[in-house]
Ligand binder design. Structure first.
Ligand SMILES: Nc1ncnc2c1ncn2[C@@H]1O[C@H](COP(=O)(O)OP(=O)(O)OP(=O)(O)O)[C@@H](O)[C@H]1O
Ligand SMILES: [Mg+2]
Length: 521
């Protein structure tokens, strides 16, 4: 035992001597380089190849470093004794990471690789316009030399893709708006963003389950369709037109879509865009995996009555009708004087935005337009291929009501009395209540299920009765009008015996005779 301790002490002594020697020979600024040189020398004889991925690449942040960090967070969480925990800004999830100077093994396509997280103290810095962190962090990837070509390309791509996936899953969606009216922020960006925390999902959305399923499948196919779009030569984008009365869930559907796919939302306020080129610039600044929304499109831009206005404008192209809105102007790239007001968003500009060449800058983008009045929209916007799916958001149906009752009252259908169910089924379609109205009623009575159902039934019945009465009156009015029209027609068709018509005819014949006589004379 004594011998063991004495040999350990002499070994430590040798190590201390070597360190002193190293310090004496190499000045501090060269020491780091010397260590690096030694390790490089030893690596020459190694069967491994090493790749260093530093956090800061010159003065820029290295994207690959963050990607590796995120990627490893998914595999590190299961193994490892000492982990670092982080929570990014706008993130709801905590991510695990490798602690300083720790290693982890990973395998890809049957090949094992090793990642090491290396943290060292940064050398004293001279003057820098952007101070660098005191610690120098990086990952070292160790691969067997023979595996280098096999995994390098595909493995790093895989790491980047997986990191992007994790980032999307962890990070809350962002909601962008162009409400600043065209002015740019300090980074030259026309969009402002806030974290998007809308809780609407397809589970909470009250609508026909079959229709809902169809929409979800369509979205899923779109998101997974990169190769399909590539193969068919189509731009990787899709358009949805949501239409229906106010309060039927159009905005809620957009939020559900964003939450379902994990996409950001760009809420485009057309009234804040001054001309087509500004619209294009906004489009160029959107990212892929996003939903670009124009709400109430019939109100945002004047798309109605185009033929009439077009003929008035004379020389303008068929679609080139400006949206005459005065004020504003002066935004980035805005052209003034084009319509006398500095504003010229045209239907063609909008169509190019969704469908033209510019719509393909970036990829994996969804366009959603909403309107309460589909009949007001120009057929050009509705033609197939432009808005791929037209989704009618209807008044509350019985299947939709079941979802709302489950959400708000935690009610299952079988809990309801059979006679009540039948009564509801009888009146619900005639009542034409929007899901928003039903939700309000349920929220108000959410403490007492029975009261909620009783009040709901009562409201449905009274609305149905009112609607029937109203439609009866309308029918009567229409029938009255039809009768009047028929009467008028009959009067016109019948020979006007002793009537004004006969008198007129007699008068005309007499006048003609008189004229003829005069001519002959
Ligand atoms: N189909 C629905 N499913 C669940 N909740 C709904 C639905 N429709 C409406 N609601 C509720 O009503 C509120 C208003 O709905 P929403 O804003 O989505 O309607 P909208 O169709 O966009 O109306 P508008 O045409 O006025 O913009 C929402 O907060 C939501 O709680
Ligand atoms: Mg809405």
């Amino acid at each position: 035992m004594k011998e063991y301790w004495s040999s350990l002490a002499s070994l430590l002594g040798v190590l201390a001597f070597c360190q002193t020697l190293l310090q004496a020979i190499f000045p501090p600024e060269l020491r780091f380089a010397a260590v690096k040189l030694f390790s490089q020398f030893f690596r020459c004889f190694s069967s491994y190849v090493y790749f260093d991925i530093t956090e800061i690449d010159g003065v820029n942040t290295n994207e690959l470093y963050s990607a590796v960090q995120l990627y490893l967070s998914s595999s590190v969480s299961i193994s490892g004794n000492r982990l670092s925990l982080t929570r990014a800004l706008n993130s709801s999830a905590i991510t695990f990471g490798l602690s300083n100077n720790d290693c982890i093994l990973d395998s890809f396509n049957g090949v094992t690789v090793q990642w090491e997280h290396i943290v060292t103290q940064r050398q004293a810095q001279g003057y820098l316009w952007r101070p660098l962190p005191e610690e120098k962090r990086g990952f070292t990837l160790r691969i067997k030399k023979k595996d280098k070509p096999l995994i390098l390309d595909s493995y790093l791509d895989f790491v980047m893709d997986r990191a992007e996936e994790i980032r999307r899953k962890n990070q809350e969606r962002l909601l962008y708006t162009n409400s600043r009216g065209g002015s740019l922020d300090s980074r030259g960006h026309p969009w402002e963003s806030v974290p998007f925390k809308h809780p609407s999902t397809f589970d909470t959305l009250a609508m026909d389950p079959l229709k809902k399923q169809q929409i979800m499948e369509d979205l899923q196919d779109f998101a997974n369709g990169q190769s399909f779009y590539q193969q068919t030569g189509r731009a990787w984008k899709r358009g949805y037109l949501l239409y229906g009365p106010p309060g039927t869930g159009k905005s809620s559907m957009i939020a559900a879509m964003a939450n379902f796919l994990g996409y950001d939302i760009y809420d485009l306020e057309l009234t804040q865009v001054h001309n087509n080129s500004e619209l294009r610039k906004l489009l160029m600044k959107t990212t892929s995996k996003s939903i670009i929304v124009i709400e109430d499109i019939d109100c945002s831009i004047n798309l109605t009555d185009r033929k009439k206005k077009n003929s008035a404008s004379g020389t303008r192209g068929f679609y080139d009708l400006p949206n005459f809105r005065c004020g504003g102007g002066g935004g980035y790239g805005s052209i003034s004087g084009d319509d006398g007001c500095g504003n010229s968003i045209t239907l063609s500009g909008l169509l190019n935005f969704t469908d033209g060449l510019w719509s393909c800058c970036g990829s994996e983008r969804i366009f959603v337009f909403t309107t309460n009045h589909i009949e007001k929209l120009d057929p050009a916007l509705l033609r197939s291929g432009r808005m791929d799916m037209h989704i009618f958001m209807s008044y509350c149906s019985f299947p939709a009501l079941k979802i709302l009752m489950k959400n708000y009252l935690n009610y299952e259908e079988h809990e309801l009395d059979c006679s009540v169910v039948n009564e509801i089924k009888d009146v619900i379609d005639k009542a034409k209540m929007t899901p928003a109205d039903v939700s309000e009623l349920l929220i108000k009575n959410r403490r007492c299920k029975n009261r909620a159902v009783a009040e709901l039934l009562e409201t449905l019945k009274s609305k149905a009765e009112k609607n029937e009465k109203h439609s009866g009156e309308l029918r009567k009015k229409e029938m009255g009008l039809e009768e009047d029209e028929e009467q008028e027609k009959r009067t016109l068709d019948s020979p006007k015996e002793g009537s004004e018509f006969e008198e007129d005819c007699n008068k005309e014949t007499e006048e003609d005779d008189e004229k003829d006589n005069n001519n002959f004379n």
